[in-house]
Design a protein around this ligand. Structure first.
Ligand code: GBH
Length: 440
């Protein structure tokens, strides 16, 4: 059965940051630091989903999705990142899970979508090996309470982005700019993933995934220097996270002048424990050229031209999703588990027009094109089992605050009024056709 879904993440939608014993996360601290987030926005209220979840579950039911991907906020479950569970925090996900199941919607829970408890950051965050073990403890607490009803668990969301934006360049929490000094944050997240897989298996979970964001890497030219730079970027963005999980090996990082010397014996065995699916988030391809003399990194980003752009400025390249999916199948072969597209979508400056219509035709074209790319990949033999739109709701778009809108549903942040956009109605009809990828 093909899973149609919509996705969100805790800090981006929940609000209620000080309720029912929730502790501070790195995103609470970061978003309250002046100059970090556009407009000084924070997730203090966000979509107020913590209180409005019944309305949001009704929106999912109206959309007709088979699954909902949300994330569990670690600082609600374990406010200081260690110690016993906070039952009031778990109660929230308990209520949400039961409401989803009552609508016949499969809950898919992500355990870490970047909102680390701040006390763990104060102890080094993912630069510290200990955080991996803390993550496994938290996973056990969440699964003890919820694994009897949540069938699908995703350990990490986009460990590349958390490492690169959070620890290498500092545009996301925790705001560190360590460049290649960020690399231990990759290994420790992956070790946390491996330990969490074991904790979930011990609790009988049968659907365990990791979500990596992947990008097809396009060399700027056929020049050997550009080809080498593109390969170095592919190593960092894609293979650093897919290879250890699927093959049990790290790619060669010598282009970065470093080796991952924090890897210990046995780590890769844990990290490569078999999975039931690979979650893939796709937004766009990346064009890479050789770095300029004196650059600190072995690659340079160059803009992709000749395609439409989203409000964020990202190029719209549906074929890139076909290229990515067939490329994963080619590289990993038998080692590739079933693939779930766990995020795909676009930002657009949507407004509610006369008659409550939100005319987001460009988003419909984006989704239509990318769903067709999934269909082509399935026809070409890639085992893709699901497609989740990012996102159900307009929400707190990290460093962009509320300026970028990704929702199928418009949110007026002054009133919290939800208005389904034209794309919501389009997707509802698309799902109802039962023309699922892979079905004749
Ligand atoms: C995801 O990250 C997150 O999981 C989600 O929380 C977030 O809200 C959503 O996507 C939308 O941002 O400059 O043209 O090369 C996405 C990671 C990193 C993908 C930046 C696109 C740059 C495009 N993104 N990347 S470009």
């Amino acid at each position: 059965m093909f899973l149609w879904g919509a996705a969100t993440a805790s800090y981006q939608i929940e609000g209620a940051v000080a309720e029912d014993g929730r502790g501070p996360s790195i995103w609470d601290v970061f978003s309250h630091e002046p100059g970090r987030v556009a407009g000084g926005h924070t997730g203090d209220t966000a979509c107020d989903h913590y209180h409005r979840w019944p309305e949001d579950v009704a929106l999912l039911a109206g959309l007709g999705v088979g699954s909902y991907r949300f994330s569990i906020a670690w600082p609600r479950v374990q406010p200081a990142g260690t110690g016993p569970a906070n039952p009031a925090g778990l109660d929230f996900y308990d209520r949400l899970t039961d409401a989803l199941l009552a609508e016949g919607i499969v809950p898919a829970a992500t355990l870490f979508h970047w909102d680390l408890p701040q006390p763990l950051q104060d102890a080094g965050g993912w630069l510290s090996r200990d955080t991996a073990f803390r993550f496994a403890d938290y996973t056990a607490l969440a699964a003890d309470r919820l694994a009897d009803r949540i069938p699908m668990w995703i350990t990490l969301n986009e460990p590349f982005v958390h490492m690169a934006y959070g620890y290498a360049t500092g545009v996301h929490a925790p705001g560190l700019a360590l460049l290649t000094g960020a690399l231990p944050a990759a290994h420790h997240q992956l070790l946390g993933h491996g330990l969490a897989v074991a904790a979930l298996r011990e609790r009988g979970v049968r659907q365990v995934l990791i979500t990596n964001n992947c990008t097809p890497v396009w060399p700027a030219s056929g020049d050997p220097a550009d080809l080498a730079a593109a390969d170095a970027y592919d190593v960092l963005h894609n293979r650093l996270f897919n290879d250890p999980v699927l093959l049990g090996t790290y790619p060669d990082l010598s282009a970065y002048g470093t080796a991952l010397d924090c890897v210990r014996d046995g780590d890769l065995d844990l990290i490569s424990a078999p999975l039931d699916g690979l979650g893939v988030n796709y937004y766009n391809p990346t064009r890479i050229a050789a770095p300029a003399a004196g650059d600190l990194l072995p690659f340079a980003d160059v803009p992709i031209t000749g395609y439409p752009r989203t409000a964020f400025g990202w190029p719209v390249v549906p074929d890139g999703l076909h290229e990515l999916l067939t490329g994963l199948a080619a590289r990993y072969g038998e080692a590739l588990p079933p693939v779930y597209v766990t995020e795909n979508g676009c930002s657009q400056p949507d407004e509610v027009g006369p008659g409550g219509v939100v005319d987001d035709t460009a988003r419909i074209a984006y989704l239509d094109g990318h769903i067709a790319a999934v269909e082509r990949a399935v026809a070409d033999g890639v085992d893709v089992r699901g497609y989740y739109v990012w996102s159900l709701l307009d929400n707190f778009e990290w460093a962009e605050g509320y300026h970028q809108r990704f929702g199928l549903v418009h949110v007026d942040f002054a009133t919290q009024r939800r208005t389904p956009k034209a794309s919501y109605h389009w997707l509802r009809e698309r799902i109802a056709l039962r023309r699922d990828p892979g079905r004749a």
